[in-house]
Design a protein around this ligand. Structure first.
Ligand code: NAP
Length: 540
């Protein structure tokens, strides 16, 4: 047998799907447990989100030093971020550095897409097939597939008829795009669009922004990383990391508070909002404890943000169009920007409100709305993702009795802790639906899941157990709890991707767990301490 054909029929302890933040760390931990593990990654490089999302202006929305691994003090010591909010090329360099530093590449197959994963009940192993002809058998299958990795289909009528250049933020070319002197249209105003818009507006001939729903966007106050901030962070790094892990959303930028907006005077509220606004990023979302629980409390921060928009955007009519009015602040992930609203004061930028003048069709020469035709040379689609379940839905995953995960989740995703699915033994999800995941600093949540999975596998090994599965009853209870928690908040009031509202036909189920990273971590730890309560464990 050649080495290649050996690989194609490999017998493994663990298959990991995806080589982003989750897959890389999972591989490192698996090695530490002495497991034979292999990662399959569809991209031609490692990096996951930061490999694919290379559109102009792409950068992280959590401060760089917090949006990084904490598992290795040496790694933390040797890496210094250049900006407060790192841009995509630096994040990709970081993840490549991690792959090299921990010698991970020898167990990663790039340019290889997993097509199916089927549980073989007789052997209690997963059979995993890829588009490169791999046929491997593994005890454990780890879905490190990412929450925002399946771009939404372009659902704008006539899109393929356009004769100019077309781009999608989530599948940006690796070579630079020259926008100079061109008439560029961008459809969408979520985070990807906001970052693209601010980056390309000074460069393009003309920019037409097609907005269906305005976003809450807060200033990042980005700039070179402050050496003093980094020095203080390093001085107390262990304590800071621990505080992140036990916080609500996994970042210290959002400080814990019990103060209620509704019990605070108008003047004091404005002072507190102003202070958070000046800190930048998501800080404002944590101004008061009741912002995401009480509509009237949320209205106070919406009013504050509306005034900020009005103070920047010179044309009053444009400013009013840019102020979100149909959902509470924070119930969709806020955008973190560098000069977004300022863009609308430029002579070469115009806003088309497609909520009142809908797109009728993309034509060979531009975009036709109810009110007229916009001639364009370039169209950029920034339409978002089939979030949290989309990437898993692309793989034919079958558990006991050949049950398909896609069919099981037809009415919405069902998991126990966002980690496992009843009927799919030994398959773990990293930051799956039912866990805080996208409501948090992803790296903090990823590390917590990967550590929990590794500890679980190690504990099973000690007890000579090889099969773990969420019970149907535990799953039922967790799904009900996740729903109940969401319904106590204002989150379900938005037509967000958190609830699947952005993808036509997707069931509307609130997917992430809203109780917070710290609370969730404790729940997971308690369950493990009770001998993995809610899971069935066996030796075969
Ligand atoms: P998104 O937030 O889902 O935004 C998609 C945009 O496209 C929305 O404005 C949406 O309008 C619009 N849209 C979708 N389909 C449309 C259609 N058929 N016609 C017209 N407009 C349409 O997607 P995203 O901007 O890619 O961001 C997704 C998530 O990725 C973010 O929330 C964030 O968590 C993450 N992200 C983070 C960063 C960062 O700063 N680090 C950057 C990019 C992305 P409606 O709102 O009306 O549906």
């Amino acid at each position: 047998m050649t080495q290649d054909s050996t690989r194609k029929h490999e017998l493994l302890d663990m298959v990991i799907v995806g080589a982003g933040f989750s897959g890389l760390y999972m591989l490192h931990k698996a090695r530490g447990l002495g497991l034979r593990a292999r990662v399959f990654e569809a991209g031609t490089g490692v990096g996951g989100t930061w490999y694919w999302n290379r559109y102009p202006g792409a950068r992280v929305d959590i401060e760089s030093h917090e949006y990084s691994y904490s598992f290795s003090p040496e790694l933390e010591d040797e890496w210094t971020w250049s900006e407060r909010y790192a841009a995509q090329p630096e994040l990709l360099r970081y993840l490549n550095h991690v792959a090299d530093r921990f010698d991970l590449r020898r167990n990663i197959d790039l340019n290889t897409r997993v097509t199916s994963a089927v549980f073989d009940e007789t052997a209690s192993r997963w059979t995993v097939l890829t588009d490169k002809g791999d046929h491997v058998s593994a005890r454990y299958c780890i879905m490190a597939t990412g929450c925002l990795s399946a771009p939404k289909q372009v659902d704008v009528p006539g899109a393929s008829s356009f004769k100019g250049e077309t781009y999608s933020t989530a599948k940006w070319p690796t070579t630079p795009v020259d926008f100079r002197h061109k008439r560029v249209g961008i459809v969408g105003t979520g985070s990807s669009a906001v970052q693209t818009i601010t980056q390309i507006a000074p460069e393009v001939g003309e920019l037409v922004i097609f907005q269906r729903t305005p976003s809450f966007s807060v200033p990042a106050h980005n700039g070179p990383a402050d050496p003093e901030v980094l020095r203080k962070w390093r001085e107390n790094r262990e304590a800071n990391r621990e505080a992140e892990r036990n916080s609500a959303v996994g970042t210290l930028l959002i400080e814990a508070t019990e103060q209620l907006a509704m019990s605070t005077s108008h003047e004091d509220r404005r002072r507190i909002f102003e202070d958070k606004w000046s800190k930048g990023g998501f800080a404002i979302g944590g101004s008061f404890a009741d912002l995401l629980l009480v509509k009237e409390a949320n209205d106070t921060v919406v009013d504050f943000v509306a005034d900020k928009v009005r103070s920047v955007v010179k044309d009053p009519a444009t400013a009013e169009k840019l102020i979100p009015r149909t959902y509470p602040l924070g119930s969709k992930r806020m955008c973190v920007d560098t000069g977004y609203f300022e863009v609308f004061n430029r002579d070469n930028v115009s806003l088309v409100d497609i909520s009142t003048s809908p797109i009728e069709a993309v034509t060979p020469t531009g975009i036709k709305t109810k009110d007229g035709h916009h001639d364009l040379d370039v169209i950029i689609f920034a339409l978002g993702f089939d979030a949290m379940t989309g990437a898993l839905g692309k793989i034919d995953i079958r558990g006991r009795d050949g049950e398909s995960l896609k069919e099981k989740w037809e009415g919405g995703p069902r998991t126990y802790l966002g980690l496992m699915v009843a009927g799919f033994p030994n398959m773990f999800l990293v930051t799956g639906p039912g866990s805080p995941s996208v409501l948090s600093n992803m790296v903090v949540s990823i590390e917590q899941h990967v550590n929990w999975i590794s500890d679980c596998i190690a504990a099973m090994g000690e007890r000579q157990q090889h099969v773990i599965e969420a019970t149907a009853q535990a799953e039922e209870g967790w799904v009900a709890h996740v729903n109940e928690a969401a319904n106590m908040s204002l989150y379900p009031q938005a037509n967000s991707w958190y609830i699947g509202a952005n993808v036509p036909g997707k069931p509307r189920v609130f997917m992430p767990y809203v109780a917070g990273v710290g609370v969730y971590r404790q729940v997971c730890a308690d369950i493990a301490a009770k001998g993995y309560e809610g899971f069935a464990l066996s030796s075969v």
